[in-house]
Design a protein around this ligand. Sequence first.
Ligand SMILES: [Zn+2]
Ligand SMILES: [Zn+2]
Length: 367
Amino acid sequence: MRPSSSCWADGAEAIKGGSRVKALVLHGPLDLRWEERPLPEPQMGEALVRITAVGICGSDLHYYRHGRIGRFVVEKPLILGHECAGEVVEVAGPAAGNIKPGRRVALEPGIPCWSCPECRTGQYNLCRSVRFFATPPIDGVFCEYVAHPVNLLYPLPDQVGEEEGALLEPLSVAVQACRKAAVPPGGSALVSGAGPIGLVTMLVLIASGASRVFVTEPYSFRRRLAAKLGGYPLDPFSTEGDILDVINDLTKGRGVDAAIECAGNAAALAACLRATKPGGRVVVVGLGESIPQVPMQEVIDKELGVFGVFRYANTYEQALELVCSGRVDVKPLVTHRFPFADAIAAMQQAATGGEERMKTLILMPKY
Ligand SMILES: [Zn+2]
Ligand SMILES: [Zn+2]
């Protein structure tokens, strides 16, 4: 049923006047404001979705702190948030398969053009016209409702909750990275950085049959979590020895089959290049310096393949299968939860970081 009005279920101020929805809007660095926006009108082929859960991503925090990420600048007010799940309220146009009112779904956040050469060859993440949630000037999902194409909605089976639905987004990045890394069954890998992306990447590598996944991470809380979830954590700043010696010892002196850089710094990328075996692959996910100083001799001497990852394409169904089948459990990554009414506090706290924090989720009021 289409909502005649929306309101806070948890006692905060009700929205008056019918079809207005609450949104959390970024006006500039550290300047988040509550605003009302018109209830979105789904166009033909779109569904109106009530958002139920949103993950706070590193990119949201970067826009919040700095008002920009590289070439993407917040020039006018922007709604953040792109890792989300929701419930279908209304479908515009003919019923679209199993997307119908009441259906719980994960939302793939990028809407490509579907007609450029990249889209037509399946690499729609590289579409130059893609409209991606919370990437200026496209609004994200720190709001109660969005209209979104039905073919970018993925129905969640009963055993998959909204929190896991929201986390299919970072899990998709991991699926994309692991496809590029192509670690063989029983192979070894290095993941640098045990933040949310590093950890989901580690989980997908393990689920895909890697026998040993080294994870470099300076924070001990994150290393402990990596170990608990099946990784082999290493402290890059340990005084007890070089991590490369450990990796070499445990890979019979060969190095890992592939390394996936998720830390976003040049030292981590250099370690990835050094730790990878001749003919191996290095996949760069982390967003660091645009022209990092790295030991290119490693790339040449070992004929390494170096691959970038920009978001993902055709990954949501696999990410969902990994969760449904129980092969990947993303729930241990969620360390903090806030109701939507406290989303500003959630952003402030997440932005200050702290070692014992992994993924923060915003949960929308239940109606
Ligand atoms: Zn994200
Ligand atoms: Zn395109």
